[in-house]
Design a protein around this ligand. Sequence first.
Ligand SMILES: Nc1nc2c(c(=O)[nH]1)N[C@H]1C(S)=C(S)[C@@H](COP(=O)(O)OP(=O)(O)OC[C@H]3O[C@@H](n4cnc5c(=O)[nH]c(N)nc54)[C@H](O)[C@@H]3O)O[C@H]1N2
Ligand SMILES: Nc1nc2c(c(=O)[nH]1)N[C@H]1C(S)=C(S)[C@@H](COP(=O)(O)OP(=O)(O)OC[C@H]3O[C@@H](n4cnc5c(=O)[nH]c(N)nc54)[C@H](O)[C@@H]3O)O[C@H]1N2
Ligand SMILES: [Mo]
Length: 757
Amino acid sequence: MARQGTRVVEKKIVCWASPGCIHQCGLIATVRDGRLVGLRGNPDYPTPNRGCSDRMPHHIRWLYSPDQLLHPLKRVGERGEGQWQRISWDQALDEIAAKLAALKQDYGPETLALHEGTYRSDLYPLRTRFLNLFGNPSNIGCAGTICRCNTIAMNYALLGCANARPKLDRLKCVVLHGCNLPHTAPLDWQRLRRRLEDGETRLIVVDPRKTEAGRYADFWLQLRPGTDAALLMAWINVIIEEGLYDEEFVGEWTFGFDQLRGRAAEYPPEKVANITWVPADLIRDSARLYAVSKPAGFHWGSATDMLGRNSIRVEQARICLRALTGNLAIGGGETVEGPGPIIGGKMGIRDSMLVFPELVSAEQRRKQLGSDHFRLMGWPGYEVMGRYHEETYGVPFPTAAHNFVAVQPLIWKAVLEEKPYPVRAMVTWGSNVLLNGGDVKTIYRALKSPNLELHVVLEHFMTPTALLADYVLPAASKLEKPMCATHEDFAPNIACGEAAVEPLGERRSDFYFWKGLAERLGYGEYFPWDTEEDLADYRLAPLGLTFKEVATERYFVRSTESWTYASVNPRTGRLTGFATPSGKVELYSQVLERLGYDPLPHYEEPPESPVTAPEVAREYPLLLITGGNFRPMFHSENRHFGVGTREQYPDPVMDVHPETARKAGIKETDWVYVETRRGVIRQRAHITEEIDPRVVNVQSHWWFPERPAREPWLHGLWESNANVLTWATDPTAFDPVTGGWPLRALLCKIYKEKGTR
Ligand SMILES: Nc1nc2c(c(=O)[nH]1)N[C@H]1C(S)=C(S)[C@@H](COP(=O)(O)OP(=O)(O)OC[C@H]3O[C@@H](n4cnc5c(=O)[nH]c(N)nc54)[C@H](O)[C@@H]3O)O[C@H]1N2
Ligand SMILES: Nc1nc2c(c(=O)[nH]1)N[C@H]1C(S)=C(S)[C@@H](COP(=O)(O)OP(=O)(O)OC[C@H]3O[C@@H](n4cnc5c(=O)[nH]c(N)nc54)[C@H](O)[C@@H]3O)O[C@H]1N2
Ligand SMILES: [Mo]
């Protein structure tokens, strides 16, 4: 029974990332006297969060961690000295706006760059609205270039939409391609495992490590890291040569089949076996299983997005496979949807309808860092693709999302070398970039450089990145703010959730940062919403709905009218088709051709491999893969003791095969040094047969909040951070289409720490 005077309320929230998971499930938060005391799955929500109740207590401990930032801080000592002065929000915003105005005056609006993490906010349209008004060419650096959004950009090019979605509940064959589903998308894994146990679906796993899913696989293709495009080209070869493709869909709805057939002929399985380490008969048999299982589909994984040079061709080959096998056809394994939500012929306000790309002049557009060489994910791509999107769907092409960004490592270069022009101001929000960005030493130099005159970090915790800021502003978390999103415009629906509690201390939603800056710089009239709920009401008004209604009763607004390539487009009266130059799925991509790239998928050797860099391989003979996200950690979050996650997993862990470990004198749990040409870190050994003897895997995103909050420790930035090892300084190693830098398939060596045990 409630104590006298106690007030208990329940809020309907969306569980979002902090701590520990990519799914966005519906939860009910119990709040007593303003304090979050309980969380449980919301049974009425489309994904009601079944089966991860183990994580709920972490959320509450995370929120009330004594390490949460509560007040705006201004640096008083040198960057990295850890000396701060508490200031008010007004003072912070006034000073930041004044400095930005002065830097814009001296160096032009392009002198500002942003850093953002993987989908960490529903407010990206507001920041792009701000950047458009400021005249900035969208100099946004983010993980999307090496995670998902590069594949999405390729889908816009070939399919004219964000992506095809696998129908896990119907598939007869699932391909987990560079994807560790049990850890990274556990709800999908629960559904898939049930179907595997019931014999309802077959499974192909393409991964240098076996992983838990690998144990259920009909085929585990243990390939050489970074050779995925070659493997898939051989699948295309087999499927075409053996006539296993869907003639009807290919004939009616694809463009460039003959050219693709010609290209695939260059990839017979025997040749590809030499490249990939996967035997030719396994390549053939797995290709057949994928092609004859109706329907079949891939589950997206991040591994092949972060291979550098040859990365995006993997997704191009996957899209070709989906189309060849008719899995994109209606009733196929992966569905293609146009934008939404549409109800009664009216559409909700998508992110792309909240921004003003037309305000950015042709001259400014050319300044977006990297878009001269890496053309798909910036203005050149927009200028080629945007028109098909608008003609087909009547909606602006997404320019507020992470499919539309600068090339992050070129931002560091612009700070350090002032080339092609100086970047003097930076806002980092939702990103601990010293942990997630490639090649930390370069990032560190840029963040310490006097060339960088202003660095603002919006954060929940004092991270290593925040330690190098001039202003650290305390951001309200997903538990302290409402949400309303079309998920970067990648989904055809709008999702809403309430805030569980009022922001702690002086924390504010990032909404008030962008609005506050806009007001101070003279764009206040374009930010007329007083609160995020007001903005959400505005987005839902065309559908006759309000935020309150959607957040507490409907959760998710879906289209009532379905929209596929084969339906009549209400705007034109013709078949909708695909939003591409030919109106079909482009096996031969005219978008890539117009951007100056090879229109067909192909394989290139990774930039640092035994083949491309044999002299490096002599000293660094092992192949390094990094990543290994695992529950309940989420990227660099949850590393603080007290949340309960670190207690479970106190140390970083690397995987090594018994044979390789024996040669190096390494035993289970030993601290092991892992070294590349760029640096050295240490993690504890896990010895396992489930990794190839020629490959080692290290976990990414490790830092140690318990280490001192100043130089030289910077909260343990250098000890075990995988990105000390990765390579992001040389644009020739990047993917030429997207600018993605290599975080996997690099060369390394390992040795045992001296003097331990
Ligand atoms: N070597 C290597 N590097 C990798 C990877 C790899 O596999 N190997 N993986 C890459 C991938 S796939 C990704 S997606 C990235 C992940 O990169 P990110 O998603 O950027 O992850 P974090 O480094 O944890 O940084 C996110 C920060 O945002 C803060 N935050 C969370 N929500 C909010 C919010 O609403 N507002 C504000 N202001 N702050 C917020 C958190 O406290 C945290 O410090 O890392 C990439 N880096
Ligand atoms: N708990 C938890 N869940 C998460 C996240 C998290 O941090 N924590 N992060 C979210 C985000 S942003 C992302 S991007 C996803 C990542 O989700 P996943 O893509 O599933 O994650 P990873 O574990 O980084 O990589 C998947 C697999 O790729 C394999 N691999 C490495 N190199 C190669 C290669 O060259 N080719 C192939 N075919 N496989 C290779 C690895 O062995 C690994 O098993 O997870 C999301 N979900
Ligand atoms: Mo990611």
